[in-house]
Design a protein around this ligand. Structure first.
Ligand SMILES: Cc1cc2nc3c(=O)[nH]c(=O)nc-3n(C[C@H](O)[C@H](O)[C@H](O)COP(=O)(O)OP(=O)(O)OC[C@H]3O[C@@H](n4cnc5c(N)ncnc54)[C@H](O)[C@@H]3O)c2cc1C
Length: 486
């Protein structure tokens, strides 16, 4: 997806291609503006946006008195249209917030009240009997729940890829492997910025800072000191597909003031995920998981769904929330002309992303940029999902295209054809393939398919195996130990 246009004056440079930056790029691609999206990672969505619970929140969790509360419900409603345009995995499965004790009653009442205030439809109290009839695997000691039909589950990385692909098809320039190192004001105070990266200096009228947990650093590059983000880590644990159908809705405990607690999540792809933790840490790059995190998550998940076992954990990962002191989003122009912050985008940032994008477009419009929509969003073909096809469709595809006759990932039924398509669409790392196709996400966690995927990747990109990386940078998987020839 990369292309270069560094010499051209941009109207807007977006720093950070997480779901928020990709959604803003997608929104602006429909205007006549010249837009560039600049990402330090090797592929889009490789920051927090690939490492979250993948829930489109029902819309009633965050208070309507907060910006994130307003954008949560607005964002929720935009995902159906985006999914139809871009074909990523999204299903409105609904959620239950479960009370395990009478003391939880006020929290349930607050959720119903917030839903009424925000106009979120269908949110209602369910009795213990109703809950257990719908979700028999839940703890029979529960006392009641709030049901919200508006909650969905999504493939967050697929959403990033779809948004970015569509944005690029609509004229946005995307630079990956391109960390912003500094920002320099151009001549006068209203003349814009030079965005300095190792490969190019990009001149632009405006900078949108969507750098996630690094948004404070980018703000400081523009001379803005007030954006103090604290990284709050969340560990997630993925359970084997053997448990598919254990729960049908997203299951929440009653929330605390800073956390929605440990959830049991039926992911779009049929696995169950449990998590996340919520621990303030010093290092925003510390994405380790821990024994203590696993213990806490398993204990909390078992309180909701007693049948969950640690033996079913097939993978774990961590993501980093970008938290401001007031726990709200900070989106708007700054005292530095032409510099806009989109900071503090912690949960529900995934849910809110499309609404954040529209909000940012409106702010740019108010600042004099012509953000009128002049074209429809570019549709992109959904990726091939061989495992989702019925037998006849699989046979037809394999008959037409020999690459679909070879299964590279047995757990997730990913064909060589699907892997080749993902490479053609921009995957150039093993994780890029994994997030686009699910190769390596199953029970064996890549034991069968890693070398097969690497071989296809190396051949397609004309690279030696020693240059193939897991996620870019120096994350090589194969080392060349041969003696240098004399
Ligand atoms: C464990 C966990 C669970 C969550 N669950 C949910 C959920 O279920 N639903 C929900 O709505 N939200 C959820 N969230 C929140 C959601 O994931 C985030 O709000 C969202 O992903 C933030 O997106 P972003 O684009 O702002 O950040 P990111 O995805 O982190 O993107 C920022 C990008 O900026 C790039 N960048 C940084 N510095 C530079 C630089 N100098 N130059 C260029 N690029 C740079 C980074 O590489 C990164 O790709 C969860 C978060 C966590 C951690």
């Amino acid at each position: 997806m990369d292309s270069g246009a560094a010499g051209t004056l941009q109207d807007v440079v977006i720093v950070g291609a997480g779901v928020v930056g990709c959604a803003i790029a997608h929104e602006l691609s429909r205007t006549g503006l010249r837009v560039a999206l600049v990402e330090r990672a090797t592929e889009v969505g490789f920051g927090t946006s690939k490492a979250n619970s993948g829930i489109i929140h029902g819309g009633h969790h965050a208070s309507p008195d907060t910006l994130k509360g307003r954008l949560e419900w607005a964002g929720n409603q935009l995902w159906d249209g985006l999914c139809a345009e871009l074909g990523f995995g999204f299903a409105r499965v609904g959620e239950l917030t479960v009370a395990l004790a009478e003391d939880d009653e006020p929290a349930l009442e607050r959720l119903v009240r917030q839903a009424e205030e925000k106009g979120v439809p269908g949110v209602e109290r369910w009795t213990r009997e109703q809950v257990l009839a719908a979700e028999p695997a839940l703890n029979p000691a529960l006392v009641g729940a709030v049901h919200a039909p508006t909650t969905g589950v999504i493939n967050p990385y697929e959403a990033c890829f779809g948004l970015a692909e569509s944005a690029v098809a609509g004229g946005v320039t995307l630079w990956t492997d391109c960390p912003v190192l500094a920002l320099r004001p151009m001549r006068g105070p209203d003349d814009g910025w030079e965005v300095i990266t190792p490969s190019a200096t990009i001149a632009t009228r405006a900078v949108v800072n969507a750098a996630g947990v690094a948004a404070g650093d980018i703000a400081r590059m523009a001379g803005i000191e007030g954006v103090q983000l604290r990284p709050r880590k969340g560990e997630e644990y993925l359970l084997d597909k053997r448990l598919a159908g254990l729960v049908h809705r997203v299951i929440y405990p009653c929330p605390s003031p800073t956390s929605k607690g440990t959830l049991v999540i039926p992911t779009y792809d049929g696995t169950i995920m449990i998590g996340p933790t919520a621990d303030l840490v010093d290092d925003p790059d510390d994405l380790t998981t821990s024994v203590s995190g696993a213990d806490r998550i398993l204990a909390a998940a078992r309180r909701l769904v007693p049948g969950i076992s640690e033996r079913d954990v097939i993978a774990q990962f961590a993501g980093m929330r970008a938290v401001l002191d007031d726990e709200d989003f900070l989106i708007g122009p700054t005292e530095a002309p032409g510099f806009f912050n989109v900071a503090g985008i912690q949960s529900p940032g995934l849910t809110a992303a499309p609404a954040i994008a529209r909000y940012v477009a409106a702010l740019l419009g108010a600042a004099g940029f012509d953000t009128e929509r002049v074209s429809a969003a570019q549709r992109v073909a959904p990726p091939v999902r061989f495992a989702h096809l019925d037998d006849a469709a699989q046979q037809a595809l394999a008959a037409d295209e020999p690459a679909h006759r070879r299964i590279l990932c047995r757990c997730e039924m990913v064909t060589e054809g699907a892997v080749r398509e993902a490479i053609a669409r921009g995957a150039h790392t093993l994780d890029g393939l994994k997030f686009r196709t699910r190769a390596g996400m199953g029970r064996c966690q890549g034991g069968f398919c890693t070398d097969r995927c690497m071989a296809v990747l190396a051949a397609a990109l004309d690279l030696p195996l020693t240059s193939v990386t897991k996620r870019g940078g120096d994350s090589w998987l194969v080392l060349d130990r041969s003696e240098p020839s004399s």
